[in-house]
Design a protein around this ligand. Structure first.
Ligand code: BMA
Length: 337
């Protein structure tokens, strides 16, 4: 039995695993939880991040306007399933208090560290790179320095400092749809200066579903066996990219060390809302809500760049899957290397 090291969140969304379900992850039976044209002027909301806050849930959502430009919006929910999305984008200020807005903002992650909530997203800085902002009240959002130079995507903060330094996953990329990419981890003493970059995991693995590129997903979940990392893996087909979800377990003190990495995906596009949409065949996890008491995990993922969907698992099922379906780890995932 593995244990999640985090808060108890007994109000988190949950459905039991259907009888005879194969695989460690099952979908919410009323998916998607956010549909098309959810707000005036917003065509789609997807790839979004949620945390438990006070008695309910709060989220930072990737909203794509009818002019097809992504920005970030706040949303609130009592049950983590039915969401009230704000009428306006999140407004940022810089550290001097002046208004500051990114030209575009997408794929947010929301991570609470010591009562401060951080938004990490893909921002525009002479091309895509990682943006960072903080808030304590979800009214004032202070934009901090960009952690990395372009091009970079999929910045994911760990939910606590490890041996005195903050850690962030990221993936170096290009200015387009990036036909390559591995997951790296970087360290910072202050969330301003980043270094000691380490390679975590290489694309490839023993399966083509993650052969083109891989990227961080939700903030890693701390367990007594290590950091449980969900991530996306991409397959290059003759008809475009296919985004699936994978699982790995990282070392507790040195998260660049992979302990187990599952060879098989844990979720792949199968449902109509995952196979059809603005970009077909995408499942893209950005957040989990998890309960230390029961070991339950709710996974929020974007579907087909069009919807927000929900799936469930437990810490035991995911760690067991990573262990029993594992492949060789480290930088040698390609056959023959
Ligand atoms: C990636 C990002 C994601 C998106 C995915 C599939 O490069 O832009 O936001 O879900 O492509 O289109």
């Amino acid at each position: 039995m593995a244990t999640i090291i985090a808060k108890d969140i007994t109000t988190m969304p949950w459905q039991d695993r259907p009888k005879n379900h194969l695989g460690p992850v099952w979908r919410y039976d009323n998916n998607p939880i956010i549909g098309r044209n959810p707000k005036p002027g917003v065509a789609r909301i997807f790839n979004s991040a949620v945390i438990n806050k006070d008695d309910g849930f709060i989220g930072v959502f990737r909203a794509e306007t009818t002019a097809t430009l992504p920005h970030l919006r706040l949303g609130r929910s009592q049950n983590g399933i039915d969401w009230e999305i704000d009428d306006d984008p999140i407004r940022f200020i810089d550290e001097k208090g002046n208004p500051w807005q990114p030209y575009y903002a997408y794929d947010p992650r929301l991570i609470e560290i010591d009562d401060v909530c951080y938004i990490v997203w893909c921002t525009d800085f002479f091309g895509p790179t990682i943006g960072l902002a903080k808030t304590t009240d979800f009214k004032t959002f202070v934009r901090l320095e960009n952690p990395f130079i372009p091009f970079n995507r999929n910045g994911v903060l760990f939910p606590r400092a490890i041996n005195g330094t903050y850690r962030m996953l990221s993936r170096a990329s290009d200015n387009g749809h990036t036909p390559f990419g591995d997951i790296f981890v970087s360290e910072s003493p202050d969330l301003i200066h980043w270094g000691r970059h380490r390679h975590v995991m290489e694309r490839g693995g023993s399966g083509w579903w993650q052969g083109l590129k891989i990227g961080g997903g939700p903030a890693p979940i701390e367990t007594d066996e290590g950091w449980l990392m969900l991530y996306h893996g991409v397959c290059n087909t003759c008809n475009g990219y296919v985004y699936s979800m994978g699982v790995a377990l990282l070392d507790k003190d040195e998260p660049s060390k992979v302990i187990y990495r599952a060879r098989d995906y844990i979720l792949t596009p199968e449902m109509p809302y995952e196979e059809t949409g603005f970009v077909p065949n995408v499942v893209f996890p950005c957040a989990t809500v998890h309960d230390a008491k029961t070991g339950r995990i709710a996974i929020y993922y974007g579907a087909a760049d069009t919807y927000v969907a929900l799936a469930f698992s437990t810490v035991d099922l995911l760690i067991d899957f990573a262990k029993t379906h594992h492949e060789s780890v480290g930088g040698d995932a390609y056959e023959g290397r």
